[in-house]
Design a binder for this molecule. Sequence first.
Ligand code: ZN
Length: 178
Amino acid sequence: MVLRSFGASTGFLDNLWKQIWSLKIHLKVRHFMWQALNHSLATKEALFSPKCAADPLCPICKENLETIEHLLLLCEWSHKVWHGSYLSLIMDPMHVTSFEALCYSFLVEDSPLEDYDKAYIACVYWNIWKTRSALVCSIVALNPLQVIESSNATVEKHWKINCNVVPPLFCPKISIDK
Ligand SMILES: [Zn+2]
C-alpha cells in the first residue's frame, strides 16, 4: 500500500488533531503526535540552528537532514520498519510533502484504513522516535524488527484496554537482517 499526501485546507490541522484525539492510543503516543505535528520534536535539524547540535544530520543514516519527515517516513531504515509492518506501507518520497499532510491522508474519514490501523501507525511513529532517541544516547542497536514488535505491543495493549474486541493477529511481513 502506498500512502500519498493531501494538500492543506481550511481547518486542516484542527480536523487532523480531532482525528488523532479519537484514536485509541496511549496518552504518551498522543502527546508525541501533538509534538510531531507542532514541529516541537528535538530533531537534529531543529537543534542545529540554535547551535544545540553539532550537525543537522540524521543519526541513523548520517546522510540526510534529520527532519520529522525524513526520520519518521523517508529514512531508509524507517522504510524497513514501514515495509516490514503488517500494513506493508511504502512511503513514496514524491508524495510526502509534509508529516502533517501525510497524517491527514490516513486519518481523514475517507481513509481506507481501519481505526486499528490508524492507531498502529501512530504507535509506529512513536516507536521509531523512541528507538532513534535511544540511539542518540548510544544505548540501542538499530533493529527494525524490534520497532515493529514494539509497535504491535503498544497498539495491542491499549486496544485491549479500551475496546471490547480482540485486536487482529499479525506478524512482520518480512524478515529483516538489520
Ligand atoms: Zn536517515
